[in-house]
Design a protein around this ligand. Structure first.
Ligand code: HEM
Ligand code: HEM
Length: 187
């Protein structure tokens, strides 16, 4: 039963797929919530948007850590044998970069929150510990870093999604299909 959940040489197991798509949805949601929170006029709604943005951000950080542990315990499916070396390297580098960004973006958000000295409860359930001393200068830098890293993520994701579509529609291999839900596990 446990073995059936693992990745095979040709496809991703259910936990890897679930984590990929849940985190992907949460990240797109973060872009919207972050943008709305920053641009909304000062009101209870703005505070509410921040509560959800920060809470989902901490949830993403937690899920990514689980995902990385699962990934280290599982081999990734192999790329099609005809994949050129440069493309293999590009895939490896961009995936590693996505993992790094999924860690450092929420961490920089956490620094904004800590340096701003704003008490905050994750999903209004438990207090988020402080990871930086209250300091307006650090808060301002962390905001710039958070925004710059978001731009990098958006750029890498555009390439990531284009590459997935290229595999499916141009190269016509199963790289996209094997990440989709419900396609089962082929040996
Ligand atoms: C993967 C997770 C995250 C993503 C993709 C993300 C993305 C964003 C985006 C797109 C913005 C709007 C930027 C702007 O227009 O200036 C933003 C703003 C913000 N985010 Fe996040 N965020 C994440 C996690 C977090 C976390 C965990 C926290 C805090 C615990 C946080 C705190 C903030 C704050 C305080 C702002 C407002 C910054 C400002 O006023 O310039 N974010 N975020
Ligand atoms: C419409 C959106 C997306 C599509 C179509 C897509 C597609 C895919 C596909 C097909 C793979 C498997 C590649 C392979 O088997 O070699 C993959 C892997 C991956 N995706 Fe996405 N993805 C999307 C969104 C995202 C988002 C938002 C993130 C996170 C920021 C993300 C992060 C990753 C990572 C890190 C891997 C590598 C998995 C590993 O090697 O452990 N993806 N994606």
């Amino acid at each position: 039963m446990f073995a059936a959940l693992r990745n095979t040489d040709r496809s991703w197991g259910a936990p890897a797929k679930l984590l990929h798509w849940v985190i992907a949805a949460l990240i797109f949601n973060q872009f919207v919530l972050g943008w709305l929170a920053v641009t909304w006029r000062l009101s209870p709604t703005k505070i509410e948007l921040y509560v959800w943005h920060k809470s989902f951000g901490i949830l993403i950080l937690t899920l990514v850590l689980v995902r990385i542990v699962w990934r280290l315990l599982n081999r990734a499916p192999a790329l099609p044998p005809d994949t050129p070396r440069a493309e293999r390297i590009a895939a490896g580098v961009s995936h590693a970069l996505l993992y790094v960004l999924m860690i450092v973006i929420p961490l920089s958000g956490w620094v904004i929150n800590s340096a701003g000295g704003i008490p905050f409860r994750v999903f209004r359930l438990f207090p988020l510990p402080s990871i930086a001393a209250a300091d307006k200068g650090v808060e301002a830098i962390a905001k710039q870093v958070h925004f710059a890293l978001f731009l990098v993520l958006a750029l890498v994701l555009a390439v990531h999604i284009a590459a997935a579509l290229r595999h499916h529609f141009i190269k016509r291999n199963d790289v996209l299909v094997r990440m989709l839900p419900g396609k089962g596990l082929r040996p």
